[in-house]
Design a protein around this ligand. Structure first.
Ligand code: KIV
Ligand code: ZN
Length: 514
């Protein structure tokens, strides 16, 4: 039987630490369900002590997802570990993931602790976590810049204390494959009890080597890799899940090791992460970029027509990109739409289908051809993640190089229409100010991205916004044939998320609905 490597997905924890990638609790639940569908082995759902919102999302994911392991992160102290256990204990397979830095740089400048103190904290934390839950992972933060004999000592101690998984992270993306391989081989040959735990790696991409390092680690005996969808994460991100999975699959001849991931769910998961975080993957991104399977040069196209093997090492279908068999348009019915969505990897309930259908009819009224990208974007907006407290009824804007930009908006709240106008340096700023006046909520536009979903003059424009509010930031998103309309909808989406977040925090003692 082929050997297996465990795929530990940390999109909801390390990925969510990417600047601007924050998700609401319902968005995290939605992504967790998709990760389960894709059959990752472990979901790291969050860092429960870090905020009420993180605690709540880990707890809710633990209650909902039962076929795979749910991990929560904790530092090596009792408070963190208790909070983590509280959040994951409802899971069928809970895991407490404790970490402490082991490099002298971190010991001296961050922790102000001696090596002996860190060793003791690690050992005690693992033993304590193990007394609460069935499965414990230990991470030696900044392991690749840690003194190797000391690292080996820590690894031996935490395994003796009960760690089931020991992670050797390249926290700052510093190592290169040959060096990492040597480090892992050293641990295998110098830690006497290493066989009692699964060795794991967690690679950051500061030098663009996260996937290469993860694959090298697998070749050297590591049997868990930590990664994120689309490679999102701190700074330059984490190792990209889809690249690791497809490298193992495509080069099975070389690795002889497989993951349990259903690669046909990759494209849907990647689209969902883009949608939820607003972090758009670059067109040339391996596996999931828009151009990953497109052949432009004449020589390549000629080769492809003669035999796909000439220029294609993977099939688009392997990652869930299907060639269209159904063309959607104004006259398409619900049944065809449902089938089309299924082809694209989205399995909709009747209620979801109905919402998507109604929205799509509106798009089809204005747009001749409906592309797969239009369908995916439509779906994002057909499935709102928070109930809309404010709904947009009307958007009017005047802009140009000879006039003062002005926006007038009509919003609806609890059946009441609220109208106001404002001027600004441009139509978007005028719109933001008008919404702030109506809602009395002071949001500040921190990031603004607009992209055309498909080509052509009648393309749908999609807007992602990061909006800073008093206590937290939220991603607002919307799509429309009109950019100012899309911007207003995205902004109001962020406002609704912020309102909902505060309502959820207030209801903290009861059941939280965020
Ligand atoms: O990068 C890192 O070292 C981490 C640990 C908490 C695993 O994210
Ligand atoms: Zn990390």
């Amino acid at each position: 039987m082929t050997e297996r490597v465990l795929i530990f997905d940390t999109t909801l924890r390390d990925g969510e630490q990417s600047p601007g990638a924050s998700m609401t609790i319902n968005e995290k639940l939605m992504l967790a369900e998709q990760l389960e569908r894709m059959r990752v082995d472990v979901i790291e759902a969050g860092f429960p002590i870090s905020s009420e919102g993180d605690f709540e999302s880990v707890r809710r994911i633990s209650e909902k997802i039962h076929s795979i392991t749910i991990a929560g992160l904790a530092r090596c102290n009792k408070g963190d570990i208790d909070r983590c256990w509280e959040a994951v204990r409802a899971a069928s397979k809970p895991r407490i993931h404790v970490f402490i830095a082991t490099s002298d740089i971190h010991l001296k400048y961050k922790l102000n602790k001696s090596r002996a103190q860190v060793l003791a904290s690690a050992r005690e934390a693992v033993a304590y976590a193990k007394s609460l839950g069935p499965e414990v992972e230990f991470s030696a933060e900044d392991a690749t810049r840690s003194d190797l004999p000391y690292l080996a000592e820590v690894v031996e101690a935490v395994i003796a204390a009960g760690a089931d998984v020991v992670n050797i992270p390249d926290t700052v993306g510093y190592t290169i494959p040959s060096e990492y391989a040597e480090r892992i081989r050293y641990l295998y040959s110098h830690v006497p009890n290493i066989g009692k735990a699964i060795l794991s790696v967690h690679c950051h991409n500061d030098l663009g080597l996260a996937v290469a390092n993860s694959l090298t680690a697998i070749q050297n005996g590591v049997r868990q890799v930590e990664c994120t969808v689309n490679g999102i994460g701190e700074r330059a991100g984490n190792a990209s899940l889809e690249e690791i999975v497809m490298a193992l699959k495509t080069r099975r001849d070389l690795f002889g090791i497989e993951s349990g991931v259903d690669s046909r769910e990759i494209f849907a998961t990647s689209s969902m992460v883009t949608n939820l975080t607003g972090m758009i993957v670059q067109p040339n991104k391996a596996i999931v970029g828009r151009n990953a399977f497109r052949h432009e040069s004449g020589i390549h196209q000629d080769g492809m027509l003669k035999e796909k093997l000439t220029y294609e090492i993977m099939q688009p279908e392997d990652v869930g990109i299907k060639e269209s068999t159904l063309v959607m348009g104004k006259h398409s019915g619900r049944h065809a739409l449902k089938q089309k969505y299924a082809e694209l990897g989205f399995h909709l309930s009747e209620a979801e289908l109905e919402k998507a259908y109604v929205l799509l009819k509106k798009v089809a009224d204005k747009k001749k051809e409906i592309f797969d990208e239009d369908l995916i974007v439509t779906l994002r907006y057909a499935l709102p993640v928070v109930p809309a407290v404010y709904k947009i009824k009307n958007v009017q804007s005047i802009a140009g190089n000879q006039v003062v930009a002005t926006a007038t908006l009509v919003l609806e709240k609890d059946g009441v229409l609220l109208k106001d106008s404002s001027t600004g340096d441009g139509p978007v700023e005028a719109m933001v100010k008008a919404v702030n006046r109506i809602t009395g909520i002071e949001g500040k536009l921190a990031e603004f991205t607009v992209r055309s979903v498909t080509g052509g003059p009648d393309a749908v424009g999609e807007v992602f916004m990061k909006v800073d509010f008093d206590k937290a930031s939220f991603i607002g998103k919307a799509a429309s044939l009109d950019i100012v309309d899309a911007s207003a909808r995205a902004y109001v989406d962020a406002v609704n998320k912020s309102i909902h977040y505060h309502m959820a925090l207030e209801a903290q003692n009861g059941s939280v609905e965020a």
